[in-house]
Design a protein around this ligand. Sequence first.
Ligand code: ADP
Ligand code: GLC
Length: 472
Amino acid sequence: MEIIHLSFECYPVAKAGGLGDVVGALPKYQTKAGHYAKVVMPMHRTKFLNTHEWDVDFKGRANIGNWWFDYTVIKERNNTLGFDLFLIDINGLLDREQIYGFADDTQRYIGFQVSFINWLDHWEHKPDVIHCHDYHVGLVPFMLKYCYQYSRLGDIPTVLTIHNAQYQGWMGWDQSFMLPTYDTWKGGLLEWSGDINPLASAVKNAWKVNTVSWSYMEELRYNSNGLEALFEYERGKCSGVLNGIDTDVWDPATDKFIDVNYDATTVDKNKQKNKEALCKEFNLDPQKPLIVFIGRLVGEKAADLLPDAIASAMYSMQGYVNFLVLGSGDPHIEWQLKQMTQTFKGSYNAMIGYNEALSHKMYAGADFLLMPSRVEPCGLNQMYAMKYGTVPMVRSTGGLIDTVTDMGEWQGWGIRFMQASVGDIMHAISRAVGLYYDDKKTLARMRKHMMEIDNSWEKSVQQYLNIYLSLK
Ligand code: ADP
Ligand code: GLC
């Protein structure tokens, strides 16, 4: 099958979070399974662009309203990522270092989508499926079906994967002029609650829809930032496909970022060595349990609770536990977390920023990984942690329910809690600390067990294939 993935992120080309990891891995494993998977994304000005070789594949001209622009499609020459990678450039719109966060993001998303469809219209053949990731490319299913100019493409099947339904790309109707001329009778298929809503439009118009875990799919019918009724109505075409992890990148036995490699047979000894190196770098005590947080410092991840939770743990258990935080996001949370490094020197530290190499060292060197997320469609951190023998401490939500079992269950390997609250986090921390000091045997059993769990992409590749085949 020929599968085109459309996304704004793809690791290692450009990544802001888990979306990048998934789009960097799924096509590779689809290719390994014998399919022809391609990724098409914007030509963000990241390091990858300058360090790889490219050929110009196509040059075209398209428009957003009255503004006509030239676009260029380039292709990575050496198939470095294990699949064909195409980047679309539009001068003045997509030529930026950052992926998101600009005042003209709506134009950027539309410019990318319009250029892609315009380019596709010049192909001599049609792909088997166009697989759209998140709302940034959510208008494509509608445009393929109802824009007069592209009516030839209307029978190409589309799949939408929702990595996060919190963000929907709302835009007022006054901006509808940016879309290529469409059948206005179908305008309702762009709309939700009075606005143009690219995510809702994708749910309505894609042939099949999935999210990245089963529990999150269920949750969306009760809690999806206003789209609850839509998910209830469209449930017949919706399903859950759990993400996998790319073991070429995330495997403690081969990971080049970590100090000492290990597997399930050497985890106890070698995790300690990684922990010692990490603790030395951040002035922590390697004899005490090390709990880490890695992620975006936003409300969705309940990062606002971290300062209070860590301070409470420090006051009630100081001398018994270490914390290390890596993240960036809300400036106030960043400031709080940084301030606290002075107060709790020697037991707590924080690295504010984005640091891929350090994240690997932390998965390898930590004993526990905290994820109190309020919303977690799948979550990759807990799966990486498990692969590295690091006990996940997670709130019971979305993908965290589907991937982590509490240590109180038969053969369980994690610590789960119900509420995103300082109290619940504190209780989880006291369970973790108790486990570390008083039940080394259970901890060793849990580590070994979680490292052997198969969260590889192969299973999910087959599930996506079944979705594609159902469109024929
Ligand atoms: P989300 O996509 O919602 O942020 P995921 O758990 O799916 O959450 O994926 C997060 C990904 O981003 C993981 O690969 C994680 O290691 C990485 N990550 C998040 N914040 C940072 C950071 N500050 N530095 C390095 N990696 C980070
Ligand atoms: C989103 C979600 C995260 C998920 C990732 C990859 O960023 O917040 O839970 O793991 O996408 O699907």
